[in-house]
Ligand binder design. Sequence first.
Ligand code: ATR
Length: 271
Amino acid sequence: MTDQYAVIGHPISHSKSPKIHQAFAKQTGQSLEYRAIDIYPDDVAGQIQQLHNALKLKGLNVTVPFKETLWSLIDDLSERADRAGAVNTIVISESGNLFGDNTDGVGLSRDLLSNHGLTIKDKRILLLGAGGASRGVIAPLLQEAPTDLFIANRTAEKATNLANDFQDLGAISGGGWSDIKGKFDIVINATAASLQGEVPPISAACLADEAACYDMMYGDRDTAFVTWAKAHNAAHALDGLGMLVEQAAEAFFLWRGIRPESQPVIAMLRQ
Ligand code: ATR
């Protein structure tokens, strides 16, 4: 039987993951099937078990709203999933054991570094938002040794609490919008504001000359934050499509032991 994989979420019909993994499989000559499965918010563990019994799944991707739910349900977690407080990739052993990992953060740092040729080392990073999306990317960003990372959030206290959780990994602090001081080289939007077509109320004065603005969201058209960045002449105005493909590439590597090329797949999705 062909190896089976799936992405689970609710809703899930919009997911690009099947297209991405099918493209990786074709590119690397791997034989596998990958589908999107809508599951319901109650008894997530039971539904995964049923899916595994029916399909003999080898792996799963997890998306909204189950990343945090699964983190608390899975015992066997990678260090990065544990730090992120969320799981986006599960490796399932022959015996049905679930290993939870999180490839979102490494997906973001690879997109910034490899696809966009940016540098994080010795740069100042401003991270907007203090929810699950932010938490998932902090450790991989600090690993690249920025000068500092400031988390700004509508609810300032959430930003300071989140920064406190990562003090051991580097220079990190947090606060409200009015606590943003000085200029930043990389400004990352991890708020859910783009979903409402809104932009966090920050001033363009926080952009350094060669600043890169990065929205972790993406869409068929420019997101509100990308539009804002272009309007304020940011040197780079980037959306999160590359992060999506890079987190998938890392998941594919965990499952298949082969690292696919992400650039052609990003180009395919942009068409
Ligand atoms: P996610 O998992 O996507 O991070 P979340 O945990 O609900 O979702 O967090 C959403 C983040 O977007 C939070 O930082 C939230 O700010 P608050 O902590 O103050 O709620 C932020 N957010 C949501 N809508 C926003 C908006 N319209 N403007 C600015 N920030 C917004």
